[in-house]
Design a protein around this ligand. Structure first.
Ligand SMILES: C=C1C[C@]23C[C@@]1(O)CC[C@H]2[C@@]12CCC[C@@](C)(C(=O)O1)[C@H]2[C@@H]3C(=O)O
Ligand SMILES: O=C(O)CCC(=O)C(=O)O
Ligand SMILES: [Fe+2]
Length: 363
């Protein structure tokens, strides 16, 4: 029950949409009814910006106070933008070009790497689509481990070049994720001995990483549809590169009545957006906020993003850290593997965490 390969996570949770594959967006001059959302979109207002203190923190990872800054951002926002992270800009640019070239392939070519209804990797709609009233104006490609097989189907001639870029990018993401993990955990007073599944050197050697490419084509009627519906990530943390040509990522700000709503997270050149995922929320026993976010689309720009969802090792049972527990802080969640959680998420989507909670979080 607890073990299993990540790539088999959805074997018993296939999704069947009324349309299995995205349209050829470039041929659509008007928004088809199937993409026109009626409720949910405008439940809360959208803000382009609020005051300066009310924007997602941008943190320089070489700042002497980085541990405190990261801890504060994870507690208050569940998100921050990281600069000076050490990932070469050329690699990020090459990754973005690869993603653009993938989504610019003819529809028939992309379908050669289609994700199966019970599959993990490949091209298609986002898994979250199964819970949405309408289709989303986007397409996605997911890969866990080497993308070689799928890339060979997509680009029979030059798949090796693209494969090298994706593999190198994933290695860099894994390196950065381990560093971010220790900044976040360090801020809670957690050290290497406190987490068995961090591995013998405490470098999270066996952690899992999923690469998710997202494409949001220009849309003839952007206000009536959504690129990616509101969700939290199932990961420990996610590292997101968003293309600089258009804003689109929005974070949900709780705030007071009038300040509550969707706030744009503008692309900052050279920065990655870091999301606290559901697993980090569980691990920190609720101290860190898993963040609600979504992506909107626009009329003229094709926006892309690359997310690395970083999670615990495949067979690790993750529980709230014992150092953070006490008589007034009982564990909020039971031990769980990433696979088990993805199964729960596949059934309950945004209600998955709540369904697992053992007791109410303290105020
Ligand atoms: C491991 C995974 C988490 C994820 C579903 C997936 O199999 C691959 C990508 C992830 C993603 C990214 C976009 C939003 C989301 C809800 C989705 O549909 O696919 C998340 C899923 C998640 O974090 O639960
Ligand atoms: O496109 C974006 O900016 C958001 C992507 C995202 O939330 C995800 O891949 O989980
Ligand atoms: Fe996300």
């Amino acid at each position: 029950m607890s073990s299993g390969k990540l790539s088999d996570a959805f074997k018993s949770h296939p999704i069947f949409l009324h349309k299995q594959q995205p349209d050829d967006f470039s041929s659509l001059q008007e928004l088809p009814k199937s993409y026109a959302w009626t409720s949910q979109l405008n439940e809360y207002p959208s803000f382009e910006s609020l005051s300066c203190s009310e924007s997602v923190p941008v943190i320089d990872l070489t700042d002497p106070n980085v541990v405190e800054l990261v801890g504060h951002a994870c507690k208050t926002w569940g998100m921050f933008q990281a600069t000076n992270h050490g990932v070469p800009q050329k690699l990020v640019d090459d990754m973005e070009s690869t993603v653009r070239s993938l989504f610019s392939l003819p529809p028939q070519q992309k379908l050669k790497a289609a994700r199966l209804p019970d599959g993990f990797s490949g091209y298609g709609f986002h898994r979250i689509s199964a819970f949405c009233e309408k289709l989303m104006w986007s397409e996605s490609f997911t890969t866990v481990g080497s993308p070689l097989e799928h890339f060979r189907q997509l680009w029979p001639q030059d798949y090796t070049k693209f494969c090298c870029i994706a593999e190198e990018y994933e290695r860099e993401m894994i390196r950065l994720a381990a560093k971010l993990m220790w900044l976040m955990l360090g801020s809670l007073g957690i050290s290497k001995e406190d987490i068995k599944w961090a591995g013998p050197r405490g470098e999270f050697e066996d952690a899992s990483a999923v690469l998710q490419f997202n494409s949001y084509p220009a849309c003839p009627d952007p206000d009536r549809t959504i690129g990616l519906a509101q969700h939290t990530d199932s990961s420990l943390i996610s590292i997101v590169h968003q293309s600089s040509n258009a804003s689109g990522l929005q974070v949900f700000r709780q705030g007071e009545e009038e300040g509550r709503g969707w706030l744009m997270v503008p692309p900052v050149p050279g920065a990655f957006v870091i999301n606290v995922g559901d697993f980090m929320h569980m691990l920190s026993n609720g101290l860190y906020q898993n963040v609600f976010h979504r992506a909107v689309v626009n009329r003229s720009q094709h926006r892309v993003s690359v997310a690395c969802l970083y999670g615990p090792p495949e067979n690790a049972q993750v529980s709230p850290l014992s150092k953070l527990l006490g008589p007034s802080c009982p564990p909020l969640y039971p031990p769980l593997t990433w696979n088990e959680y993805l199964g729960t998420k596949a059934k309950l989507h945004n209600k998955a965490l709540e369904s697992l909670r053992l007791c109410a979080p303290p105020n």
